[in-house]
Design a protein around this ligand. Sequence first.
Ligand SMILES: Cc1cc2nc3c(=O)[nH]c(=O)nc-3n(C[C@H](O)[C@H](O)[C@H](O)COP(=O)(O)OP(=O)(O)OC[C@H]3O[C@@H](n4cnc5c(N)ncnc54)[C@H](O)[C@@H]3O)c2cc1C
Ligand SMILES: NC(=O)c1ccc[n+]([C@@H]2O[C@H](COP(=O)([O-])OP(=O)(O)OC[C@H]3O[C@@H](n4cnc5c(N)ncnc54)[C@H](O)[C@@H]3O)[C@@H](O)[C@H]2O)c1
Length: 466
Amino acid sequence: MPHHDLVIIGSGSGNSLLTPELEGLDVAIVEKGTFGGTCLNVGCIPTKMFVLPADRVVEADDAHRLGVAFDPPHVDWPAIRDRVFGRIDPISRGGEDYRRGQDDVTLYRTRARFTGPRALLLDTGEELTAERVVVAAGSRAVGLAVDGLTGVDPDRGVHTSDTVMRMDTLPPRMIVVGGGFVACEMAHVFSSLGVRVTQVQRSARLLMAEEQEISQRYTDVAREHYDVRLGTKVTTAERVGDAWRLTTEGPDGGTDHLEAEVVLLAVGRRPNTDLLDAAAGGLETHPDGRLVVDAQQRTSVPKVWALGDISSEHQLKHVANGDARIVAHNLAVDLGRVAGPPREQDDRPVPHAVFGHPQVASFGPTAEQLRSDGTEFVSYTQKVGDVAYGWALEDTTGLLTVHAAPDGRLLAAHMVGPQASSIIQPLVQAASFGQHAHDVARGQYWIHPALAEVVENALLGLPLEG
Ligand SMILES: Cc1cc2nc3c(=O)[nH]c(=O)nc-3n(C[C@H](O)[C@H](O)[C@H](O)COP(=O)(O)OP(=O)(O)OC[C@H]3O[C@@H](n4cnc5c(N)ncnc54)[C@H](O)[C@@H]3O)c2cc1C
Ligand SMILES: NC(=O)c1ccc[n+]([C@@H]2O[C@H](COP(=O)([O-])OP(=O)(O)OC[C@H]3O[C@@H](n4cnc5c(N)ncnc54)[C@H](O)[C@@H]3O)[C@@H](O)[C@H]2O)c1
């Protein structure tokens, strides 16, 4: 039975663990799916590459407000799709070939599950043991339990984000079920590319977890672009010819029927612990299936660490990468290759962005959460349309809300609007380093008349003490 110094389960963020400090170890990587994991192959990177042409279409359509008109776009789906995967697939293959070429790395292209602490059985029948194990097995899209919908079936038009980006042709109609990150980004992409999209969201707004006004504005804009059904759930599904007919129940209890060639299920992701027989490995899990880890990313079993979606409450790539940096360091400390102490998670804010139309970006609690926690705070909302670049953009919907402690510490920022994912970063920095809001605003020049003046003005608007 092969015994390795280190076994890594999952080649997404797990593949970035092998820093120079770990050189020379006998390492095994076990990967059951496409090499490189979710972000590279079916997640962050392809989705954002699809969002870009979608943004172009919306911008061109919107340009009449600036005095410029374009003809309706010609959308070449195979060209759009092949640009994306023509770039990504070779990176995945190259990464796999590189690992195969390393003398001290063994790649097992199959599923692993635990049979005991640091003991694994592969679907090929091979058994492995290891001195150290890192579980980086990620998460997967969940399905929808609805009568008539017998699971994800891309050949019959029932997709998740794993398959929808590789469709041969664009369908005339698509029903997107869900109102979170994936659903909103995909509804933006496919509606902009000419598909008649209906988004079905069981809650009262899209992106419900966002600050209420941001979620409301996002929902209002989405409704201008495609059909959004709020407070609506899918009750049954049936196949009608080449299409799906979904029966829905609306907020007033009334039923309706929606038809589309493609149904995209975007109703959340669950950690892959069940595929791993985590319990057999002695690994404790949270009620939602995540592995329990401490601040050093150690699981409940000695010399077994975990990182990324399998253990994190944030299913975000920058968080998985941060976890991987901690685990790589702590492995090196454990091996005596670098001096301690081990690294720990700190309380830095975790930002996220939704690359829909418009973009949404945020970190920290919403006003509602701050109030229910009894936190003392002050707020200011700066409209994008009220700064000079916002005039240039003719922006009517963008805004940035900042929440701060009365002493000037930034607690949260929530933005909807153009390039929100980048605009918000100076606020993430200020909050991460404990900078005073007014120091950030007045301790530097803000390029005029750049969009970042939204940040400057939001900070200056905060009614702080002193
Ligand atoms: C459509 C979409 C868009 C996204 N966009 C963004 C974004 O813009 N920004 C952002 O920050 N995040 C985004 N995310 C989230 C981000 O992709 C994930 O948080 C991140 O990829 C998680 O990395 P990971 O290493 O934990 O898991 P993964 O990258 O999923 O790696 C886990 C690997 O483990 C393998 N595996 C699982 N179980 C086993 C087993 N038992 N044996 C062997 N191998 C196994 C899997 O096949 C997989 O390759 C997006 C996700 C999706 C689905
Ligand atoms: N830009 C990004 O950073 C990005 C993009 C995509 C995904 N992600 C990550 O991946 C995670 C998963 O994304 P997601 O959009 O699948 O999940 P999500 O948790 O963001 O949204 C799930 C949505 O499905 C709805 N839902 C859940 N169960 C349902 C049911 N039975 N019927 C109808 N609706 C139901 C919820 O109300 C919610 O609107 C995100 O939380 C995020 O961390 C990040």
